[in-house]
Design a protein around this ligand. Structure first.
Ligand SMILES: Cc1ncc(COP(=O)(O)O)c(C=O)c1O
Length: 343
């Protein structure tokens, strides 16, 4: 194991207190669960004597059309990335990670001592060797790209030993499928309650895969966290059963903000011209030092955004649009972008 810095997390910790305009949060605001009809009473929870882990796995399995044995619960998407990366590291000679990409997807296998090969997102191709695996987030964090990339992954996925897809932002898209998971033995997908449901405080996520892969990841989890917090499982199960409500809430907030962002920032360039529902936009032209620019943004303008370089692609900034009304923050971003000549 190597000790490696998670740069984005360090940046957040250093500058969060300066943020007057926070465009860094890719998760929805925390909802009022009680107002959604979710029972949040600790006394009711205490009377729940059943196996809440199994019950939540059943609820997730039902959504995905799989069996309970195809599901393992994780402590957020972060543990899902850790378990999937550990599994890929143990079973692959090399892991291909397209860039730009959410840092842990390439950092965790690198920290584990795996060989990681980075290729440009749009240039992904079939595996070169038999022991090669692929890891990617879809929709891609930070570009928000989905359909074209999902088509490529679907076409070439079979050539890889394992394909790990982090679907954290899937439910923000218009894809009517619950997931890209198709039951192939080499496929692993994960998701979390943190972003779409806005329930980061529960620390609940999951992985879906073939039952043999899940059994292997179970053994890795047994060496680390073993279980999830039981009260979180009690709440998570009720939230998942209200998926449609969360869908409406999330879409109405993010889509409205996306329209505003496209209008407000129309003088600037976006990595992807097509907007596909993700709760962020990747703004820039590839021609500036994004870490320096994000530092200026927060120090001079109180604007918190993520530098593209932390995702492996300089010259862009990731702008999140999850606030109830991102309008004022987007206006502040436009002012900053004009003054600092982001064009
Ligand atoms: C693609 C992706 N996966 C996983 C996570 C982590 O999720 P969690 O907070 O549930 O650990 C994030 C958080 O930003 C993410 O962007």
């Amino acid at each position: 194991m190597k000790i490696i810095d998670f740069k984005w997390l360090n940046f957040l910790e250093k500058y969060r207190s300066l943020a007057r305009h926070n465009l860094s949060n890719s998760g929805m605001p925390e909802p009022d669960l009680k107002a959604l009809g979710i029972n949040v009473e600790y006394e009711t929870y205490l009377k729940e004597t059943g196996d809440l882990d199994a019950e939540l796995r059943d609820a997730i399995a039902k959504r995905y059309g799989v069996d309970r044995d195809n599901v393992i619960l994780t402590n957020g998407g972060t543990e899902a990335i850790f378990l999937a990366s550990a599994f890929l590291s143990a079973t692959s000679d090399i892991i291909t990670v397209p860039f730009p990409e959410y840092e842990p997807i390439f950092l965790v296998p690198e920290a584990m001592g795996s060989r990681v090969r980075r290729v440009r997102l749009e240039s992904m191709a079939r595996a070169d060797t038999e022991g090669e695996s692929l890891a990617i987030s879809l929709p891609n964090n930070p570009t928000g790209k989905y359909e074209d990339i999902a088509d490529i992954v679907t076409r070439i996925g079979g050539s890889y030993r394992h394909v790990y897809i982090d679907e954290t932002f899937h439910d923000f898209t218009d894809d009517r499928r619950v997931s890209l998971y198709d039951g192939s033995k080499n496929m692993i997908i994960s998701n979390t309650m943190t972003k779409f449901y806005g329930l980061s405080s529960l620390r609940v996520g999951w992985i879906i895969s073939h039952k043999d892969n899940i059994a292997a990841m179970r053994k890795i989890k047994d060496l680390t966290t073993i279980n999830n917090a039981r009260f979180s499982l009690f709440l998570a199960k009720q939230a998942i059963e209200r998926w449609s409500f969360f869908r409406e809430r999330t879409h109405s907030i993010v889509r409205k903000n996306a329209e505003k962002a496209r209008r407000e920032l129309s003088d600037f360039e976006f990595y992807s011209e097509k907007y596909e529902g993700a709760p962020f936009l990747f703004v820039g032209n590839g021609n500036f030092d994004s870490e320096k620019m994000a530092t200026t943004a927060v120090q001079k303008y109180g604007l918190l955004v993520a530098p593209g370089s932390y995702f492996g692609l300089d010259g862009y900034l990731r702008v999140c649009i999850t606030a109830y009304d991102a309008g004022p923050d987007l206006s502040a971003f436009r002012e900053f972008a004009e003054k600092e000549r982001l064009k």
